[in-house]
Design a protein around this ligand. Structure first.
Ligand code: 13P
Length: 343
């Protein structure tokens, strides 16, 4: 019974032509985003901004679920409807980020290790009562060839945490999104990214199997295989698509219903182009390929909002348009010309 419930939620989250909006920025991260538009990161401004996103008309045509943050899941619309209730009533599944962020792996290391297992069960109970049906946990893997990063210790410990998290979430009848993010920063090549992403996914699935996680009741949220931000040679859209899909084929079991990419600092347009190319070139994949973007969906919205009531409609239009473009990319039918038409 539990298995059926979980599998149904996982399938609904990646139902074509929809993807997920990640609106789960921590208070520290949303402050950074608000700083770019000179808006104070107050409790009320954060609430207003999230209300703007969630009340975008007809967003449910393209967005299946929204990932919330601890503060946000407890906030309400200006009419007093709790956000998770508002989303469910409007055909969008509410989810919640449950990791507590990354901490140094060891005292002197620049590698990271994600925390949050200690009181996870109690928090999941609370989030479930508040209406969450799925969750997210992000592990961070850095590439630094000179320092030999990622270390085996970093990969193994993050994979263990992801799997223990996933098992605990499924025991609470919710869907875990498993997010091992190989970070784009650095001058590494796309081939380096391929190797590290392969190893990361291999270790993650070894641990998921060891923990007896039901793979048809998870979603994987990986990075795309891409050149480092400072790499002199930036790869073509086609190369990114082909190498990403090859890496997934090598490492992801067929039972996993959906792979929902993070955008990871790619431009809005590149995040859409890459997803589109994968769905255009590969029609016979065992899993759905979709998006769970934060920055690549929200950036135009936040820039046009600027914290002003008068700009709310334009900002909502920007989110609607970006969601529509990425929705087309889940079917491989996006064209860069569509950018002008919708904006
Ligand atoms: P980005 O799409 O901005 O990478 O955010 C996705 C996310 O949820 C990061 O954890």
């Amino acid at each position: 019974m539990t298995k059926n419930i979980i599998n149904k939620i996982a399938n609904n989250l990646c139902l074509s032509p929809k993807g997920i909006l990640a609106a789960d920025e921590s208070t520290k991260t949303i402050k950074k985003r608000f700083d770019t538009i000179n808006v104070e990161s107050s409790f009320e401004n954060r609430r207003s901004y999230r209300e703007l996103l969630f009340t975008t008309e007809n967003l449910n045509q393209f967005i299946s679920g929204i990932i919330l943050y601890d503060e946000t899941i407890k906030q309400s619309t200006s009419d007093g409807i709790p956000f998770p209730e508002y989303l469910s009533k409007n055909g969008i599944i509410p989810g919640i980020k449950v990791d507590k962020g990354a901490t140094p792996l060891t005292k002197d290391s620049e590698e990271k290790f994600t925390e949050g297992l200690d009181d996870l069960n109690e928090r999941l109970n609370e989030y479930k009562t508040l209406g969450a049906e799925f969750t997210k946990w992000r592990a961070i893997i850095n590439i630094d060839l000179e320092k030999n990063y990622p270390s085996a210790y970093c990969l193994e410990s993050n994979a263990f945490m992801l799997a223990r998290y996933a098992k605990t979430v499924q025991d609470n009848e919710m869907v875990p999104i498993v997010e091992p993010e190989v970070i784009m920063d650095g001058d590494h090549t796309i081939e380096d990214c391929f190797k590290v992403t392969s190893l990361t996914l291999k270790k993650t699935f070894e641990q998921l199997n060891l923990h007896q996680v039901n793979l048809s009741g998870i979603l994987l949220k990986p990075n795309m295989v891409i050149s480092g931000t400072n790499c002199k040679e930036q790869s073509s859209v086609e190369k990114v698509a082909k190498m990403t899909v090859q890496c997934l084929k090598d490492n992801i079991p067929e039972e996993v219903p959906g792979i929902v990419f993070l955008s990871g600092g790619q431009s809005n347009k590149n995040a859409t182009l890459h997803l589109n190319e994968m769905n255009k070139l590969f029609k016979d994949l065992p899993w759905k390929l979709s998006f769970s973007y934060g920055r690549a969906l929200q950036q135009p919205s936040i820039s046009s909002w600027k914290g002003e009531e008068n700009n709310v409609k334009n900002s909502q239009d920007a989110l609607f348009n970006r969601s529509k473009l990425n929705s087309s990319a889940t079917s491989g039918i996006y064209s860069p010309n569509d950018e002008q038409q919708v904006l």
